[in-house]
Design a protein around this ligand. Structure first.
Ligand code: SAM
Length: 165
């Protein structure tokens, strides 16, 4: 696969499977100020710098109505990550955590998510604050912040229909 970097102490990689399932399509590209991982924030911050999300044709028409929202969920493909680690050592101190217990970009399907603040739209390009990805990161999807059907609070154990009640 040509991933950069070796394993740290106690990290574990697995054999990469031959076949893949999903035919994802990159619908755009994200332009940020960060060319290098060491400069990139670990998580985006909504008062961070303005970044540009360029939506490719034929998908630009699908932005219709997004201007009504200030909060947008962005899904992106962390394309420079290795994908075969199941145990990782973020602090490189000999201790490890499972990949699914981390928000590390290193995961079998390196999907990143960020809730960003929409500050402008210029044709097929969104101007947003709150990203944490490298310049040129491929865009997977955009979703407006939760809609009217989203529950406001997590269900309580006593609510009808909650398993075990
Ligand atoms: N906010 C997303 C999430 O929680 O799903 C991503 C969090 S991840 C910790 C962010 C880090 O991933 C950045 O600090 C940078 O080191 C790394 N990163 C950003 N863009 C990347 C890319 N395109 N490929 C690989 N690594 C990337």
């Amino acid at each position: 696969m040509g991933w950069e970097g070796g394993l740290r102490a106690a990290e574990r990689a697995v054999d990469w499977p031959d076949a893949a399932d999903a035919g994802l399509v990159f619908i755009g590209r994200i332009r940020t100020p960060w060319a290098d991982r060491k400069d990139c924030p670990r998580q985006g911050c909504q008062d961070g710098p303005i970044c540009r999300i360029e939506v490719f044709e034929p998908w630009a028409v699908a932005l219709k109505g997004l201007e009504d929202f200030t909060q947008v969920e962005v899904l992106y493909w962390l394309h420079r990550s290795r994908r075969d680690l199941v145990l990782q050592s973020p602090r490189d101190d000999g201790t490890t955590k499972g990949t699914f217990a981390l928000r590390s970009p290193v995961r079998p399907n390196p999907i990143g998510t960020a809730l960003v603040r929409l500050v402008g739209i210029e044709g097929p390009t969104l101007l947003v604050r709150g990203l944490d990805c490298l310049d040129g990161t491929p865009l997977l999807d955009l979703k407006p912040d939760r809609c009217a059907y989203t529950p406001l609070a997590p269900p309580k154990a006593s609510d009808p229909g909650v398993p075990g009640t």
